[in-house]
Write a protein that binds this ligand. Structure first.
Ligand SMILES: O=c1ccn([C@@H]2O[C@H](COP(=O)(O)OP(=O)(O)O[C@H]3O[C@H](CO)[C@@H](O)[C@H](O)[C@H]3O)[C@@H](O)[C@H]2O)c(=O)[nH]1
Length: 468
């Protein structure tokens, strides 16, 4: 057996969509014999359990730091700023207290400020992108050009990005709200922009994607944005290689065996899985349409229904219509709370996925070879939809946030069609799934992971100077 590799600090951004894939990747890095300390906040500590049962305590450590104060931050930039104010001094002290500290800080793209910390300590910083290289490129353009669209009348104005491969165009409402709703001089927006642009100074960037899916964007980042080759596409990282996927990201809110038994009793590709991610809560109108569409379609479905957290309760949040569960009994399986999404998508009975197109859901659907019914809500989801529908041919557009809510009869028809075995999207989905699985099983993503680990193992430990 080869000697233990270098020690790195892994610092995920503490929300599910960012934490889950980063832990999956950490598992793979540990399998390749790196030593890892994972920075966790108390509410995420339990998510380390599956890794702790798989890896020796000599190679996997954790550093527990407090989350921000309990007051919810008003917006993402403010949250990022508070996290920096809290964690920067704590991390500096932690590094300086160690005789042989980690050789690199491997942190989420939302934690651009860790670049300053790494420079101060004379360490390398590696960025983890839980999002596609396509939307990473778009974010870079948006931050560099300091886009400003604060005129609500301009929601449909078309924005072009000629510097990005395929020159994508978007109506303004599809652009991340951070770029639309802040005035230029807003200190939170300015912090967000600088924080994001610090990713440009990093030593390297790791994407949860694979080269067959995004070669042109990866190439664009290497040549036009970063100017070097230390960009590694190692995905899709899906918690395989011996990790228990039944409680990935949290424990299931329903008995897992009941769900599997229900799916086992269905035909192949006869069930639609419905989920809008780990935190988006449907509006009343969206919820009504999804419920009526499912009911009218008569398809079998598993629906992971997200109920609002205290901070998300509003007069407009959706609730499951009265009597719905009785009316769909036998056809529908509702999960109120956390669903074992990966296991559901991989079940042979599931043939289609009605999704908000978060990047993890996008990759999980691709790897499972299901047809994607797309209904993006915000963030990078419109870009992911473009990739699924226009570039890969595995998606069917169903809705767009609150701007384009389908009639329930239209949704019902699309749900039925998505399970039709003769649709072009189905054969395309099977092909793309094979490419994704090949990439991580000895293909390009495996090779990139090997190069990443090799590059980390070649880093010379810091001499304490702040020059790299
Ligand atoms: O009940 C649930 C809900 C979610 N998940 C998992 O949680 C993750 C959710 O991630 P994603 O599909 O990307 O959606 P969000 O939670 O909305 O993720 C945020 O983070 C992503 C990564 O940056 C972005 O692409 C999204 O737009 C952003 O909303 C996935 O791994 C799911 O399998 C479950 O296992 N059970």
């Amino acid at each position: 057996m080869s000697a233990a590799g270098q020690h790195i600090l892994v610092y995920p951004f503490p929300t599910s969509g960012h934490f889950i894939p980063f832990l999956d990747l950490t598992h793979r890095l540990l399998n390749r014999r790196l030593t890892v300390t994972v920075l966790v906040t108390p509410n995420n500590l339990h998510l380390l359990d599956p890794l702790l049962t798989r890896h020796a305590s000599s190679s996997l450590h954790h550093l527990l730091l407090p989350d921000m104060d309990p007051l919810p931050a008003p917006n993402l930039p403010a949250r990022l700023r508070r996290l920096r104010d809290l964690h920067y001094p704590a991390l500096l002290q932690w590094f300086q207290s160690l005789t042989s500290p980690p050789v690199a800080i491997f942190s989420d793209f939302f934690l651009g400020w860790t670049q300053s910390l790494a420079s101060e300590l004379g360490l390398r910083r590696i960025v983890f992108s839980p999002s596609s290289s396509f939307s990473y490129s778009l974010n870079m353009s948006l931050c560099r050009e300091s886009l400003r669209i604060d005129d609500p009348q301009a929601e449909n104005q078309t924005l072009s990005f000629p510097d990005i491969p395929n020159s994508p165009k978007y109506p303004a409402y599809q652009i991340n709200s951070i770029y639309r709703t802040y005035k230029d001089a807003d200190p939170d927006k300015e912090f967000y922009r600088r924080n994001w642009l610090q990713n440009l100074e990093s030593w390297g960037v790791v994407f949860n994607t694979f080269s067959d899916l995004e070669a042109i964007y990866i190439d664009h980042l290497k040549k036009e944005i970063m100017g070097h080759d230390r960009i590694w596409a190692v995905g899709p990282v899906l918690g395989d290689d011996g990790l228990d996927t039944t409680n990935r990201g949290g424990s299931s809110s329903v008995p897992f065996q009941d769900l599997v038994a229900w799916l086992d009793s269905r035909d192949d590709n006869s069930v639609v899985y419905v989920s809008f991610g780990s935190h988006y809560v449907l509006t009343l109108k969206q919820m009504d349409v999804v419920a009526s569409g499912l009911e009218e379609s008569g398809v079998n479905f598993v629906w992971s229904v997200r109920e609002p957290k205290a901070s998300q309760v509003s007069r407009d949040h959706g609730v499951i219509p009265d009597g719905f569960e009785d009316r769909v009994a036998g056809k529908g399986f509702l999960i109120k709370g956390w669903a074992p999404q990966l296991a559901v998508l991989r079940h042979r009975a599931v043939g289609a996925f009605l999704t908000h197109c978060g990047w993890n859901s996008t990759l999980e659907g691709i790897a499972a070879g299901v047809v994607m019914l797309t209904w993006p809500m915000g963030a990078d989801q419109f870009t992911n939809t473009k990739l699924l529908v226009d570039e890969c041919g595995v998606g069917i557009r169903v809705g767009e946030s609150t701007q384009n809510i389908p009639e329930s009869s239209t949704l019902a028809r699309m749900l039925v069609e998505s399970l039709d075995g003769s649709r072009a999207e189905r054969s395309q989905a099977k092909m793309l799934s094979e490419e994704a699985l090949n990439a991580v099983n000895g293909g390009t993503s495996d090779n990139d992971l090997g190069s990443l680990v090799k590059a980390i193992n070649e880093i010379k430990p810091s001499t304490g100077s702040n020059k790299i």
